[in-house]
Design a binder for this molecule. Structure first.
Ligand code: AMP
Length: 423
């Protein structure tokens, strides 16, 4: 199967070729013809499957096929996504794949000044990529006209619901034209997603490429049993011994991310932290430095790392296991993308054994265990309750802290209902 056979036209094929893509990924092969056929879709696909191109390419194609409207560019396609990082990345993809087309696009998210967004919108755009909160600000200021939207894409819908965006999404939906094509992407299915899709989609085509809650086959997973107080030493050892050049490390809390970053830097391992308390500029800089190889370790909390797009990321380390098992799948999904090998190592202390059990139940397999010589845990140390980082939720995905509607299920009842803590 080639991109040409999927029905894409020359300017788009040229951009794809310039990206070096030789063939469509499974989600692209499935979604592109259906979207070009003007059908709604409900797609179960995680980040790393090529889903962004899976909806961006056919929407660009449909925009190309539509009759040109006279005058100013009007918003024809609206892409909603949960986090600033994802919005920025999708915005980049839209620009890349559409570089030989006349369409204008812009990205709208909170945490940055609104004025440049106002200017862009005033000039007229065809495609808007937005997080729900800031989009609502524009709607209430009447700085965006969504009355011509033909295509609505909800990306990472499960995470948007998880972050408490449902009411914002409903408000946006209320002002969109009734006649439109809607594409809903979600990594997991839950009752809430089902409700949303029932309300939104008209006889959708169902597309699923990766079974939910399975961890990627291309990721080599391992658990290193170690005492809590020796995790830093073990991490430094693994990075130095393995001569790792690029590693994404997850902590449970923002404070933990800052502390570990400082410790790694003092161990002469360049590191930067990325989490919800960092300004958008600081987050973008940390990610850029990491991508360029100027920083070896990026230390992240779950929400901040969601959707980070790094083409080849060989190592992911769970410095602390997530208390929400599903986040483990998201975390390790950062590596082993597009069929490449990746390694996901979890440093697990005695306090975290229950988390580990829940994760193994969720992914339905045992993760190989390693007791590294010199780092074996002291059997006399007893498990203690895990400090979740003190009260506030501090979600990193949006400038506003939104309450979650209710503990979110993943449809199979295995999601932990423990608090997520201050991430
Ligand atoms: P996504 O799941 O949209 O986050 O995409 C994951 C990664 O796959 C991105 O880095 C894309 O640039 C890359 N990608 C998307 N489509 C293809 C393709 N057909 N061939 C190779 N890489 C791709």
């Amino acid at each position: 199967m080639t991109f040409k056979e999927l029905g894409l036209s020359e300017p788009i094929l040229k951009a794809i070729k310039e990206q070096g893509y030789t063939e469509p990924t499974p989600i692209q092969a499935q979604s592109i013809p259906v979207i070009l056929n003007r059908k709604d879709i409900l797609a179960g696909a995680q980040t790393g499957t090529g889903k962004t191109a899976g909806f961006t390419l056919p929407v660009l194609e449909l925009l190309t096929r539509a009759k040109p409207t006279k005058g100013k560019h009007k918003v024809k396609a609206l892409i909603l996504t949960p986090t600033r990082e994802l919005a920025a990345q999708i915005g980049e993809s839209v620009e890349l794949y559409g570089k030989h087309l006349p369409f204008k696009s812009t990205v709208i998210f909170g945490g940055v000044k609104i004025n440049p967004q106002l200017v862009k919108l005033r000039q007229g755009v065809d495609i808007v990529v937005a997080t729900p909160g800031r989009l609502l600000d524009h709607i209430s200021q009447k700085s965006i006209d969504l009355s011509s939207v033909d295509y609505l894409i909800l990306d990472e819908a499960d995470r948007m619901l998880d972050m408490g965006f449902i009411n914002d999404i409903k408000k946006v939906l209320a002002i969109l034209p009734k006649e439109k094509q809607t594409l809903l992407f979600s990594a997991t299915y839950s009752e809430e997603i089902k409700k949303l899709s029932d309300r939104l989609l008209k006889s959708p085509a169902l597309i699923e490429v990766a079974r939910r809650n399975t961890s990627s086959e291309t990721v080599k997973q391992a658990v290193y049993h170690v005492d809590k107080t020796r995790k830093r030493e073990l991490l430094t050892h693994l990075i130095n011994e393995g001569e790792w050049k690029q590693v994404l490390v997850f902590t449970r809390t923002k404070h933990g991310a800052n502390r570990l970053t400082g410790q790694l830097n003092s161990d002469d391992i360049t590191a930067a932290a990325i989490h919800g308390n960092k300004s958008q500029n600081a987050r973008t800089k940390a990610l850029d430095d990491f991508k360029k190889g100027e920083v070896r370790v990026l230390v992240a909390t779950d929400i901040a790392a969601r959707g980070i797009d790094i083409d080849y990321l060989p190592h992911v380390v769970n410095y602390e296991l997530p208390n929400v098992s599903e986040d483990y799948v998201h975390r390790i999904g950062r590596t082993g993308r597009a069929g490449r090998e990746g390694e996901a190592i979890s440093l697990v202390c005695v306090d975290e054994h229950e988390y580990l059990e829940n994760i193994e139940k969720l992914i339905k397999k045992d993760i190989p265990k390693v007791w590294l010589k010199g780092f074996k845990p002291d059997p006399s140390i007893k498990a203690e309750p895990i400090n979740q980082g003190g009260g506030g939720r501090g979600r990193g995905g949006n400038s506003r802290n939104r309450p979650r509607n209710k503990p979110n299920g993943n449809g199979n009842g295995q999601r932990s209902s423990k608090p997520r803590g201050n991430r």
